[in-house]
Design a protein around this ligand. Structure first.
Ligand SMILES: [Zn+2]
Length: 216
């Protein structure tokens, strides 16, 4: 066994690695070779000193890092504002739904409020108005139903609005009765807004936002 091999093995053992030769052979050489024994002792002393040396002082940056963090995550304020608007829309829809139900009730229960319409027609109108009230209240309670209810609500309100304008012009309906339909239009507008705010962002928009973030 040559001294350089022994010293390499000693160095490996000091570093916690496999020395590559049997421990008995290594220790036997160290006992017999004063040169390697002195080298091993010096190496061990050096290793100990290096391990026990104090770490260089670094400034404590905790306070500065914490202080530099934004108080709110980016977008948190916009999200809070968006939640507030959605809550407002739902409350308005709730009010419209209750008012619409109030309109439907007399016609539905007694055929009243239908002017000269036959009783069954009054009941039918009452049922339609009650269904509209249920639709508004349902979207107020479960906003994700907004888009699904739009084909019916939109078609109904557009047809009714067009006929009401024509009937007003021809004198077939009193302005007072026509005004009641404004409630329907307000409700449909609110449902449309809820549906619009819940739409999924388009792929293009998502990519544009990502690009802006990268560029920033
Ligand atoms: Zn030796």
């Amino acid at each position: 066994m040559h001294c350089p091999d022994i010293r390499e093995a000693v160095s490996a053992r000091l570093d916690g690695e496999a020395p590559g030769i049997p421990a008995a052979d290594l220790d036997g050489h160290l006992a017999a070779c004063p040169g390697c024994a002195a080298w091993a002792e010096a190496a061990a002393a050096l290793t100990r000193r290096a391990r026990l040396a104090p770490a260089p002082a670094v400034p404590d940056l905790t306070a500065r890092v914490l202080g530099a963090l934004p108080r709110q995550l980016p977008g948190a304020r916009a999200a809070a504002r968006s939640r507030l608007v959605t809550a407002g829309l739902r409350l308005a829809l709730l009010a419209v739904g209750v008012a619409q139900a109030g309109l439907a009730w007399p016609a539905l229960t007694s055929g009243a409020g239908s002017m000269s319409a036959p009783v069954h027609l009054a009941h039918e109108t009452g049922a339609w108005n009650a269904a509209l009230a249920v639709a508004f209240l349902a979207v107020a309670a479960v906003p994700r139903w907004a888009a699904g209810s739009l084909p019916f609500l939109g078609a109904f309100s557009v047809l009714l609005a067009a006929h009401t304008v024509a009937d007003l012009a021809a004198g077939h309906v009193h302005a007072e009765r026509a005004l009641v339909h404004l409630l329907l239009l307000v409700g449909v507008l609110l449902v449309s807004l809820v549906a619009w705010r819940r739409r999924r962002p388009r792929e293009r928009t998502v990519r544009a936002v990502a690009r802006r973030r990268v560029a920033a």
